[in-house]
Design a protein around this ligand. Structure first.
Ligand SMILES: Nc1nc2c(ncn2[C@@H]2O[C@H](COP(=O)(O)OP(=O)(O)OP(=O)(O)O)[C@@H](O)[C@H]2O)c(=O)[nH]1
Ligand SMILES: [Mg+2]
Length: 197
């Protein structure tokens, strides 16, 4: 059985946003990736692309808290992998490239559809961006709410990648505290015979 302190993170976002770079930057174990030589028009953007998933890990406090990072492909023709991978995760990290404005409109469609029925927290990483205000502006314009944490990052830099991990941990903690409060409230109400079912 998986420990209570192991969390699954979905890293998703548009093509070439930096999803694999994030996982490569922060993983403490060798990343399992499924990048192959890019074909078609997308090859003009970069030479390799994820076709199935990336997998990396990050542990805190001598293994007490473990993060499992699952990266999705970004190309629309592999979207079915995202639908498979997003099924049972604890949090989503959505990655965007600030320097690729042409990707923003389709990324917004993807982000809004993801957030529409998401039951877990989401963190937005705006890659190739040094300015938090600019990162927030981009994230909000694509459908992130005021409540979604936004990180301005350079995802080929491990230190910057770790800032995304910190944001993920803060959001996970806040979410767990909220759920714990809710279930405590529910059991207190049930015990007092308030008719909560
Ligand atoms: N200059 C700069 N380039 C970056 C940075 N982060 C990533 N890149 C580059 O941007 C591209 C992003 O590549 P990936 O990490 O493969 O992107 P991805 O989102 O996994 O792409 P797909 O899986 O193909 O959708 C690569 O060419 C990286 O080298 C960054 O912080 N600065
Ligand atoms: Mg990738």
């Amino acid at each position: 059985m998986m420990s209570d302190h192991t969390f699954k993170i979905l890293v998703t976002g548009p093509y070439a946003a930096g999803k694999t770079s994030l996982i490569q930057s922060v993983s403490q174990t060798q990343v399992i990736s499924t990048d192959v030589v890019t074909s078609g028009d997308e090859a003009e953007v970069k030479a390799h692309t994820t076709v199935a998933m990336d997998f990396g890990t990050y542990a805190l406090d001598g293994d007490d808290v473990r993060l499992l990072l699952f990266g999705t492909p970004g190309q629309p023709r592999f979207r079915f992998m995202t639908n498979i991978l997003k099924g049972d995760v604890d949090i989503v990290a959505f990655v965007l490239d600030a320097q690729a404005p042409a990707t923003h409109a389709p990324a917004g469609v993807e982000l809004r559809s993801l957030l529409a029925d998401l039951q877990v927290p989401a963190v937005i990483g705006v890659n190739r961006c040094d300015d938090l205000d600019e990162a927030r502006r981009i994230a909000r314009s694509l459908g992130a709410s005021e409540d979604h944490p936004v990180v301005a990052c350079q995802l080929n830099d491990p230190e910057s990648g770790r800032q995304v991990v910190v944001e993920i941990l803060i959001s996970l903690l806040a979410h767990i505290e909220t759920s714990t409060t809710t279930s405590t409230t529910t059991s207190t109400l049930s015990a007092s015979g308030a008719g909560v079912v």
